[in-house]
Design a protein around this ligand. Structure first.
Ligand code: DGL
Length: 264
């Protein structure tokens, strides 16, 4: 029986939105979830910092946990470092990039919002996705570090202020043409974790899309024919820095099958 896990990687809890979709599709999958809490947040870092940090860390993690596949469950890390990680590692690496293609297939008004981190929304990778898949759409972008912090707070069990979600969304709807947005890409894996709060704060009903279902399909495809243990065993969450907040995260992590918590 092949016991090797799938390793999910993010700066924090955002990758849980990707893990959730993957577990629903592959319930027997053993999981190691790594949050680079020592490097969090990624969205306010420079390209150079991300490009130096992520491939080196994933190299160490691959050696330590011997995964069958790595999922970079972070748009910031993927849009900056995916190609370098793939070159460096001798195993399949699935990235998470803004779901502009599905959004363009769904939008009626042809005005799409892309909500990501500051680092993600300025990437040429996003220009390229917009040009290739949404050429006839107006693609408006907004980067928010605050929304990442709100998602982290929610999963740590802290209340968050509904007014803040409205203020963040105004960064999209307040742009020229923004009133016609009917589809928003959650282009940061933290944001699906607060999608209900976002939907409640939107000035009119909009559809939110993200890449998690597509990533789950991709993992299933890349592992087709491989064996899985009868049960996934205890899911492991690994943090690159240990602080008191990790204990407050335990209930949320348990909801994703992650009951063993470790520091790297
Ligand atoms: N969850 C990450 C993403 O998808 C980044 C959050 C952060 O560390 O800023 O972009």
């Amino acid at each position: 029986m092949d016991q090797r896990p799938v390793l999910f990687f993010d700066s924090g809890v955002g990758g849980l939105s990707v893990l959730g979709a993957a577990r629903a599709r592959l319930p027997q999958m053993p999981v190691v979830y790594v949050a680079d809490s020592a490097g969090f947040p990624y969205g306010t870092k420079t390209e150079r910092e991300i490009a130096a940090r992520v491939p080196a860390l994933l190299g160490r993690l691959a050696e330590r946990y011997q995964p069958r596949l790595i999922v970079i469950a972070c748009n910031t890390a993927s849009t900056i470092a995916l190609a370098t990680v793939r070159e460096a590692l001798d195993l399949p690496v699935v990235g998470t990039v803004p779901a502009i293609k599905p959004a363009a297939l769904l939008s009626q008004t042809r005005v799409i919002g892309v909500l990501g981190t500051d680092a993600t929304v300025r990437q040429p990778y996003v220009d390229d996705l917009a040009a290739r898949f949404a050429g006839d759409c107006t693609v408006l972008r907004h980067g928010s570090a605050e929304l990442v912090a709100l998602a982290e707070a929610k999963l740590h069990g802290a209340p968050t202020d509904p007014a803040r979600y409205a203020a963040i969304l105004d960064g999209l709807f307040g742009q020229k043409g923004g009133a016609r947005i009917d589809t928003i890409v959650n282009a940061c894996t933290h944001f699906p974790l607060v999608v209900d709060e976002l939907a409640a704060a939107a000035p009119h009903p909009v559809r939110f899309v993200d890449g998690s279902a597509g990533i789950a399909r991709r993992i299933a495809h890349l592992t087709e024919g491989q064996s899985w243990p009868d049960s996934p065993g205890e899911g492991r969450a690994v943090f690159t820095a240990r602080d008191a907040g990790i204990d407050r995260l335990a209930p949320a992590l348990a909801g994703f099958g992650l009951t063993r918590l470790d520091a790297l």
